[in-house]
Unconditional design. Structure first.
Length: 254
């Protein structure tokens, strides 16, 4: 591509990230037990350390840039497969993924949008003890965003098309039978121990060598325990790289 085409594409993707995270209008945060703040804070929005009231993602700018970088690397290297996020909230990360594919003229990869669209599962007596202590389901009035709202968000960016496919329902029901052939980028944002394993178990075998695993909630004890157990069980020794204070990723080597 010409230099001006590259510059124009970069400008589009950079602006897309800023709009998705709403560093443009700087919406206030929603107070919660993890982040007790109500004002906009540039550091918090960069590192995904707030729950935005308006923005279409809570992952922050650093993690959005990681998604872009991973997608552009698999495109450049010809690593086969689609993009999936398990746990999408308002859809911002998947919107960015579709925008990156479109900016690069990629027409043979799908963005899979997997979510219950009801929030996180209720942690009951049979749930993992860490999930029981976290009680994330108590915040489903914020965390649960219905599918229609996420679709409308895609439409706002003119990015809802046949390269975007939705997988509504609890991960343990939808992901084992999802019609996904191959993945190049697998991004997990399910918060909980069980939700993390419910995604890793059926989806990691579909990840191409050279593809990326992104763990949004690695700092959360339940998520970290699930990831560490899965890696140990399957002999995965690919180095884990940190994105920001919350999140990590690795590239599959075999």
């Amino acid at each position: 591509m010409s230099e001006i085409t590259d510059a124009t594409r970069d400008l589009y993707i950079d602006l897309l990230k800023r709009v998705i995270a709403n560093t443009i209008y700087e919406d206030p945060a929603i107070p919660n037990p993890v982040f007790d703040r109500t004002e906009f804070n540039a550091w918090a929005r960069s590192t995904g350390s707030d729950w935005p009231s308006v923005a279409h993602t809570m992952v922050g700018m650093a993690r959005l840039e990681n998604v872009r970088a991973c997608l552009e690397r698999v495109i450049a290297d010809g690593v086969p497969g689609d993009f999936i996020e398990t746990g999408v909230w308002r859809g911002g990360v998947c919107i960015l993924a579709r925008g990156v594919l479109k900016a690069h003229g990629v027409t043979d990869r799908t963005v899979w949008v997997a979510d219950s669209f009801e929030g996180v599962p209720t942690a009951g007596d049979l749930s993992h003890p860490i999930d029981q202590r976290l009680n994330m389901h108590e915040h489903n009035e914020v965390l649960g965003v219905d599918e229609a709202a996420v679709r409308r968000n895609f439409e706002r960016y003119d990015l809802l098309d046949d390269q975007v496919r939705f997988l509504p329902g609890w991960f343990n029901k939808t992901l084992p039978t999802a019609p996904i052939e191959r993945l190049a980028v697998l991004r997990l944002d399910g918060d909980l121990y069980e939700s993390t394993l419910d995604a890793l178990n059926p989806l990691y075998p579909k990840l191409s060598v050279g593809g990326y695993v992104i763990i949004d909630d690695y700092l959360v004890p339940g998520c970290r325990a699930a990831v560490d157990e899965f890696r140990a069980e399957h002999g995965i020794d690919d180095p884990i790289e940190r994105i920001d204070r919350w999140s990590v990723f690795w590239r599959r080597s075999r």
